[in-house]
Ligand binder design. Sequence first.
Ligand SMILES: Cc1ncc(COP(=O)(O)O)c(C=O)c1O
Length: 439
Amino acid sequence: MTLAVGRNITLEDALRDAEARYVQANPKSRARHLAARRSLPGGNTRTILFYPPFPLTITRGEGACLWDIDGHLYTDFLGEYTAGLYGHSHLVIQAAVREALAAGIVLGGPNAYEAELARLICARFASCDLVRFCNSGTEANLNALCAARALTGRSHVLVFDGAYHGGPLTFAHGGSPMNLPFPWVIAAYNDLGTTLPLIERHARDLAAIIVEPMMGAAGAIAGEPAFLQGLREAASRHGIVLIFDEVMTSRLSPGGLQEKLGIAPDMTTFGKYLGGGLSFGAFGGRAELMARFDPSHPAALPHSGTYNNNVLTMAAGVAGLSQVFTPEATRALNDTGDALRERLNGLAREARAPVQVAGIGSIMCVHFHDRPIRGPADAEPANPAARALFHLDMLERGFYLARRGFISLALPLTAADHDAFASAFEDFVATYGAVLRDA
Ligand SMILES: Cc1ncc(COP(=O)(O)O)c(C=O)c1O
């Protein structure tokens, strides 16, 4: 399977060979991609899922396994970018969805599940007295930001360079032309020295500070406790709404990363796995902020969405949180993640490969250099070809993960899966360590 790497092979040569083997092994994925291009721009309806030469078409999932259209089997270490926490066919989730489905969908009224899911979420995330549902993490952030602006009567939002809060809230590489036209104040992550003066300068205009307590898409970069605490204090000092985007990180301890850090934001946004693997978003926070969404309030803030309380998501979310992802299961999953990350880092060091794995608990990202990573600029790949080679090589070995090296662990992964992944990683760094060092 793995090619014998010659002494003088370069990273570019290795990638070219890996791509050639990938094209040969995946004719049906290639054909489906080409056909999709006729009606979807680039054959794609979700930018992150495109990678050259063409993405695999996934046709089936079960437990922690995925199959592609050419019949290859993968162990899933991507976990749908954290949304796939329960795996692809958890019996409890399936039963909840089946039961809700049997009682009918699109009911057009409050249903029997939504208040229970809200109760479970408020019970787990201590800073949330009240919560509202929507359909995605992006929507959750839009709602939280718009609420902060409406409630403070201020316009500006402080965000961090490199942050990702959803499609129209993308701050990597200088921002996106698709971003919402809010007056943004862009600060540097994990850098209180430059962020605090910015907050002071714009304090009168700032409605919100929105921050991922660990940057996910930027490369699983943990927020330093002193940095996040500094944001908390500055927000309180100036009456700015501090929003923790925990769309990814809420799974990192029973009460979210905020609980691990001991920092209470004013509002929190959620998404991903909390809907049991179905479309989901939520935003919550302190009662005096969220109470303005009470429709009987004389100055109620509107918040609509046909599918906000769709029965399938609400039922799957309740079942998952109450029966499967218990506080004990949360701790256990994240402990196995810490152990795997440390193991991978040990293997990279032993091979003297310029590779490191950043992250916390069940969320991690493989980086192809050995410089310290405190912010998104540090996470920029020294050579993007290294990421592509790792991705294609691991796919060839039967492990599914993101092109950018992102990994999130799902509950059905076993110790044997972790061992197999670590052994494939060990082989990768042994095979390509010298090539990566020379690149
Ligand atoms: C931190 C963070 N916020 C928001 C989002 C957007 O969530 P969604 O894709 O559900 O819109 C994501 C998605 O990856 C995310 O990682």
